[in-house]
Each structure stands twice: as C-alpha cells, then as structure tokens.
Design a protein. Structure first.
Length: 368
C-alpha cells in the first residue's frame, strides 16, 4: 500500500510515496482538492498502434541534462539491440534515478512521465523477449494477435514506486477446435512475463489480478461478454471487477483490440445508466477521511500515534469520482489527470473547481 512521506527540496515540501501511512501534522490536507496549486501535466499518446510504443524520449519531458542522461541510458538498455537486462539490477537503477528526480526541482508530472515510460518499455521488452524465447525453444509463435494491458496506478501513470502487478491479456478469437491450444500458449507467455515483472520489483498481485489468471486472460469475444455481465449487474463482486478493468491501458500488442473494449464500455454506459450508481456505491466502501466535526480521521499503528492513509482515504475518492464522470462522457484515457483535463474541456468540471482538484492530484505541495 502506498503513502506520502514529506521531504524538503529547497523551500518546497514535497510528498514521496513510501510505505503505508502518513502522520498528521499541524496543517495536513485530507483531500487532494484542498492541496496547494502548482505543476502541469502533459499526457501520453495512448492512441498509437505500434506493438511496443511509441515510447517517450528525454526530449519529450522537462528533465535536467544529467537526469536526461540517466533516462536515456535506462531506455537504451531496454532496446531489442541490447542483451536482455538483469532485471533486479535494472530495478535498482530505476530506484536511483527516481530518487535523483525526487530530490531535484523536477516537476512531479515529468517524474511520472519518465517512470511510466520506463515501465512501459520494460514490459514491452519482457514480452518481446519471451515471445522470441518461446519461438526459439519450442518453435511456437503467437497463434493470433494479442494485447497486453496494464491496470491500476500503472495504467493511470501515477506510480513513483513500484506496487504489485495489475495486468491482463486480450487475444484474438481462436477457431473452436484450437481454443485450448491458444490459451495454453498465452498462459505460458503470461507466466513468463509475470515472473520477470516480479523479478524487476512489481510483486505478484495478492488478489490474482494478473494475466496468469484465466479470468484476466480471455479472447476478445469473452472480454466483451464479461463487460456485458459486469455492467449489467448490481452484484458487488461484478462491480469490483469492473472497477479494476475501467482503468486499463494497452502496453504491447494489437492496440485496436483494446479499443474495441473501450467502444463496448461506452456503448454499455449509454444503455445501462444504473452502472454509475453501482460504481458510486462501491466507492462508499472507502470511509470518508473527515470526521463529523471536520477533522481528519486517523488511526493508531505501531509506527505512529495518528496515521492517515492518503491513498485509500483521500485519493481513492477523487480517482473513483473522476473515473465515473469520464466514462459517462466518452473519455477513454485511464490517467486521472488527463481525465480531468478532458472533463474541463467538455465543460463538465467548472473552472473554479478544476484548478484545485487538478493541482492537488498532480502536485501535492504542502505549506507547513
């Protein structure tokens, strides 16, 4: 579980995602919308059809020259022209690079862009390596087109430190006589990819939301059928599955295949208006961070006397609310910041409320 740990850079107090809780101070903010203004965000191009990109380079973000060099070195080590990297060592290099960015004046938006670009390039490199390895060892190529998708904070491009994995796999509809053979191939590929992501530092998901789980590895038609079931259902379990999927982003493979899922989502949201109610109800499972008297609700742990989890008690409500609004207005990007920009452009978010929400989610600068 992530939390935010404050640290000083010059005259600015930033927050680093670290381990699990946040100690309250004299002036701590409960919701992202109350945080101070600052920062900007440039979105990713998620509409490309390249199997492994396109990826950003250092020129696409505002990094200091020395940081740009670190970024380019890591990205170069993930190119197909290089040997397959030592994943544990690469994880340590990324940790060092991230610390350098966090302790520099680099805007948080640029840090998120750089980290996300490296994660995408890494995932693509792992997948392409194992596709080639399976072909070299067993003479088997992918039996059909497929698309690897990320979910959760990785898909929203909101990670600074690595969390557990949330991923899934879509593949083309196989001939009926070859269904087991196709799934066996993709199950084997998924196992190799998930194992290497774990070696890099993306730990295995305790909830088994990974492409190794048949529920998260399906032919495209079965994915569309699953959406029919989840969006047309009021069952809490189905709504939870839907909530997980609705923050997804294609990372590798056949991008139009992922777009077909978004098209289905938008069509179903038009014909099942009650789904917004069910998603809102699901959000209520997370308690409000404020007490009846307007104070921050804290809890005692072994580490501190008054702790506040900014992710589950604060940011989760913002992320869930923005997601529901975005999906009702045909916005497919999973990134919360990009959803907010699109909602403002469409006139859904009023201008006077937009800056505080946007800047709080994007650049949590606190003044103590």
């Amino acid at each position: 579980m992530l939390s935010m740990k404050p640290f000083m850079v010059g005259s600015r107090l930033h927050c680093i995602c670290t381990c699990g809780t946040l100690k309250t101070g004299n002036n701590i903010y409960a919701l992202a919308g109350t945080m101070k203004k600052g920062g900007r965000m440039t979105g990713f191009d998620t509409e490309g059809s390249s199997p492994a990109g396109p990826f950003l380079n250092a020129g696409d973000m505002a990094l200091a020259p020395e940081l740009s060099g670190h970024f380019q070195d890591i990205m170069q080590s993930l190119s197909r022209e290089q040997d397959y990297p030592d994943l544990a060592m690469l994880g340590e290099r990324l940790d060092t690079f991230t610390r350098l960015m966090l302790y520099s004046p680099t805007d948080l938006a640029e840090i998120l862009k750089a980290v996300s670009a490296i994660h995408d390039a890494l995932t693509a490199r792992i997948i392409s390596f194992h596709v080639d390895a399976i072909k070299s060892k067993d003479g088997r190529s992918p039996p059909g087109k497929f698309c690897w998708i990320s979910m959760g904070s990785d898909a929203r491009q909101e990670q600074v430190v690595r969390t557990d994995q949330d991923n899934a796999l879509i593949y083309a509809d196989p001939p009926r006589s070859e269904e087991k053979a196709w799934d066996a191939y993709f199950a084997h590929l998924a196992q190799q990819v998930v194992t290497d992501l774990d070696r890099f530092g993306f730990t295995l998901c305790k909830g088994d939301v990974m492409a190794t789980n048949p529920q998260w590895r399906r032919p495209v038609t079965r994915w569309l059928q699953a959406l029919d079931q989840w969006i047309g259902s009021a069952e809490p379990a189905d709504i939870r599955q839907l909530t997980i999927l609705l923050d997804f982003r294609p990372v590798y493979g056949d991008i139009p295949m992922a777009k077909s899922l978004w098209n289905k989502v938008f069509a179903l949201f038009q014909t099942h208006p009650g789904v917004s109610h069910y998603l809102t109800r699901d959000d209520f499972l997370f308690a409000s961070p404020k007490t009846f008297f307007g104070r921050i609700r804290t809890r005692r742990t072994k580490q501190c006397r008054a702790c506040f989890n900014i992710k589950t008690a604060g940011l989760a409500h913002l992320i869930n609310g923005i997601r529901i609004m975005a999906l009702n207005h045909g916005i497919s990007t999973p990134a919360t910041l990009e959803r907010m920009i699109s909602l403002k452009t469409k006139g859904v978010l009023r201008y006077q409320k937009y800056p505080g929400m946007y800047c709080g989610k994007h650049h949590p600068e606190h003044g103590y």
